[in-house]
Each structure stands twice: as C-alpha cells, then as structure tokens.
Design a protein around this ligand. Structure first.
Ligand SMILES: NC(=O)c1ccc[n+]([C@@H]2O[C@H](COP(=O)([O-])OP(=O)(O)OC[C@H]3O[C@@H](n4cnc5c(N)ncnc54)[C@H](O)[C@@H]3O)[C@@H](O)[C@H]2O)c1
Length: 395
C-alpha cells in the first residue's frame, strides 16, 4: 500500500489519482494541503478518501514518510512546493508546467543537482499517450527521413477558453502564460522529435476574445443553451470571462527555428468551434499527421501514391487526454518501482517550459528572441553535476 501526500488537491490531481486507482495502484491518500480543494467531488466520484487535511505543507511533510508527494497547485506555487517536497526527500510527482518563469527554471535546475535529490516526475502526460509514443517511434526510426518542418495547432472550444479566462490561469502571476499552461506538452514533444533546442523564436498574441468590449456579444448557442459556463473555476476564480482581470493572451501564434534547422509554425486560439490539436510533420521521406483530438495518425511516404496509412487509437475520452492519464499512471508506478524509467525527465520539462517562455518573451517584446543565452544559463545551472535526478532509481 503506497502512502501518498497531496499538495494542491485540485481537479487535475484528483483526475490523476482516479486514473491511478483505475490502473491497479494500491494506495491511500494519507493527507493533503489545500485551502479549498476543488478536486474533492472528483475524488468522491472515484470512491477515494482525501485523507487528513493539513493546515500547511510543513505539517504534511513532517507526517511522512510518503512513497509519493503529488503537487497539483497553481503554477506559481510549483517552485516553493517542489523545494519543500525535495528537501523532505520523498519522491515527487508534480504537474506541468514544472515552474512558471525563466528565473524559477534556473533556481530549480540548481536545486536538482543537489546530491541525494529524490526522483522527480512531471505530468507531461502526452509522453504516455500511445499515439504520441507511435509518432516518436516513427520519427526515431528514420521512416520520415530528416524532419524538415512542422506545423501544429491547439484550438480550444469557447467553454474551455472561458474557463481559462475565469480561472487562476488568467493572470501571469499565477498561471505564467496562455501557452505555458496549455501547450508546454506540445513543445516538450516537438523538442523530443526534433532532437535539438530552439535557436530563435518569434511570436504574436493578444487578448481579442475575452475582453469587456465583447461582453454584449451573444452568450447563448443557436438553440438557446448558455455558452461559456462549463465548470467550477475554483481558486481565485472570476465570475465573468469577459469582465475578468485577465492579463494573458487568449490566442497566440509562434514560429521556431531549431538549432538543427527544423522549422515550426504554431497556432493557438481559445474560442473555436472546430476543435483541433494537430501536428503535421514533414520529413524528407515521409509526411505524418497526428490528430490528437480524434486520436488518429496518418502517414504516407513522400513518393507513394497508394492510400495513406491510417492508425486509429481506440481510446477517446471527454478530457481529450484519450487514455493518457491511465497510461501515465502505469508509467508512474513502473518508475516508482524501478521497472522502467518515466518517459519524461525533469530536465526535458525545464527545456519545454523555457521554450514556451522564450516564445512569450518574443511576443511581449515584439522581437525575435535568440535562445542561446537561455540554454547557456540552464546548462550553467546544471554544470558540474551531470546526472538527472528524474532518471535515478526510486528509494
Ligand atoms: N497534465 C495535464 O494535462 C494538466 C491538466 C490540467 C491541469 N494541469 C496542471 O495541474 C495544476 C493544477 O491545475 P488544476 O486544473 O487542477 O487547477 P485547480 O484550480 O482545479 O486546482 C488547483 C488547486 O490548488 C489549490 N491551492 C491554491 N493555493 C494553494 C496552496 N497555497 N497550497 C495548496 N493548494 C493550493 C486550489 O485550492 C485548488 O484546489 C496546474 O499546474 C495545471 O497546469 C495539468
């Protein structure tokens, strides 16, 4: 029976715990810290008890030992919560983005090099998706030849966009940025597929959807059903997506030039009614489209006139994770029990976050950002210690 502590018992960690339960973990939630746990109804639906409510993180950690400390707090709290859990010495699972700013990334990188740092697993859940594993395997096999260019999208339906505009994610001080919270997953996979870090990035974004000037626009569907009211917006929620104090973008585009020459164009919008999350990979010998919404992959060699190969991955779920949560729960158990490495490292997670942070810097400054200084600082923070804590064996 694994003993688990939770810091930030929100919707996400509750879903991960439910997936762990579904996939055969035997565990108890020994305790949690959360001023107003939004995830309680999800845990209750899964038949899981939240354990003892502690007033603060120090009290929770002092009541260890734990087999796993799970962090699901808003993004600005990840660094202090990670620092506390790592000092306590228990294995940690933390939600993405690993941290919220460039400086926090360097601070955590330095912290990860301390001897005796426990294993750290980051919830970049797409790494566990069977479709994504297939895409990575195809690219690694050389089937596509050399990867030349890619385009990708992440388009959210209006309810999801409105949730982001009401929830704590609407403000930079809590969420970081629109793209950091939503698409650090995708940029983690792009970095993995390309096999190089971004050299230069440019980006444009704005707040043109959820702002007071649009508050008089229709807020019902054509059949009279109310729009924009999907779910509880939780901690620090605002009442109205159009009148909130949001200071982040609601749509953004980016272009990335990777150090090995691969080019990427990315388009994201939070108010579409043709939902899409799609990666289009063009290699010298083949073309691959991954449709993450329909959980489907299309592939055809560049010089082949036969029908494209179509792979349908069976699982489609309403959360659009399409079975990834369950797959990640299995990966996490295997990593904790030293049966297999977790599919993504803390260092990968830092690089994915820094890539998006560089993109945001480009969008805010209106300049092309040269990423070399960012990587130099990350490498300096890591220098001399060479090992990656997230690849180390569990206790
Ligand atoms: N991997 C994924 O696909 C995925 C999906 C959704 C969210 N997330 C990440 O999970 C994290 C949580 O997001 P969420 O959607 O569950 O948000 P949420 O608002 O549902 O949950 C956040 C929880 O943190 C709690 N909290 C606030 N201050 C706290 C404090 N000082 N100490 C402890 N808890 C505190 C809130 O009360 C709330 O219950 C975020 O980092 C988010 O980016 C990841």
């Amino acid at each position: 029976m694994k003993r688990i502590a939770v810091i930030g018992l929100g919707q996400r960690i509750a879903h991960v715990l439910a997936a762990m339960d579904e996939t055969g973990w035997t565990f108890e939630i020994a305790g949690h810290v959360d001023p107003a746990p939004v995830g309680l109804p999800i845990l209750a639906d899964a038949g899981l008890s939240p354990g003892r409510a502690f007033a603060d993180v120090a009290g929770l950690l002092a009541a260890g030992p734990y087999d796993l400390v799970m962090i699901g707090s808003p993004n600005h709290l990840h660094l202090p919560h990670l620092e506390a859990a790592l000092v306590a010495g228990f294995p940690v699972f933390a939600e993405k983005p690993i941290v919220r700013t460039i400086e926090e990334s360097y601070t955590l990188a330095r912290r990860l090099t301390h001897p005796g740092t426990p294993p750290l697993f980051i919830g970049l859940v797409m790494r566990s998706m069977p479709l994504v594993r297939e895409v990575i395997a195809r690219v690694d096999s050389g089937e596509l030849g050399e990867l030349v260019s890619m385009d990708a999208t992440e388009h959210l339906h209006p309810e999801h966009g409105a949730y982001l505009a009401r929830n704590w994610r609407r403000k930079a001080e809590w969420g970081g940025s629109f793209m950091l919270d939503k698409v650090c997953h995708d940029f983690d996979i792009f970095g993995r597929l390309v096999g190089a870090r971004p050299a230069r990035v440019a980006s444009f974004g704005g707040r043109r959807i959820f702002h007071p000037g649009r508050a008089q626009d229709p807020q019902t569907y054509e059949n009279g059903e109310p729009a924009y009211a999907l779910r509880d917006s939780g901690w620090m929620a605002a009442n109205d997506a159009f009148h909130s104090d949001m200071d982040l973008f609601d749509h953004q585009t980016a272009i990335v030039n990777y150090a090995n020459g691969v080019a990427l164009a990315f388009h994201s919008n939070s108010h579409v009614n043709l939902q899409e999350r799609r990666w289009y990979l063009a290699g010298t010998r083949g073309t691959l489209v991954a449709d993450l919404v329909r959980n489907r992959m299309l592939y055809r060699p560049a010089l082949d006139r036969r029908r494209p190969e179509k792979l349908d991955f069976a699982t489609r779920t309403a959360d659009l994770h399409n079975g990834a949560d369950q797959a990640m729960a299995a990966d996490l158990l295997a990593a904790l029990e030293n049966r297999a490495p977790f599919p993504v490292t803390a260092w990968d997670s830092l690089e994915a976050g820094l890539t998006v942070m560089a993109i945001d810097e480009a969008a805010l400054s209106g300049q092309v950002v040269d990423c070399a200084p960012i990587w130099a600082q990350l490498d300096a923070a890591r220098a001399g210690h060479g090992h990656d804590v997230s690849r180390r064996a569990g206790p």
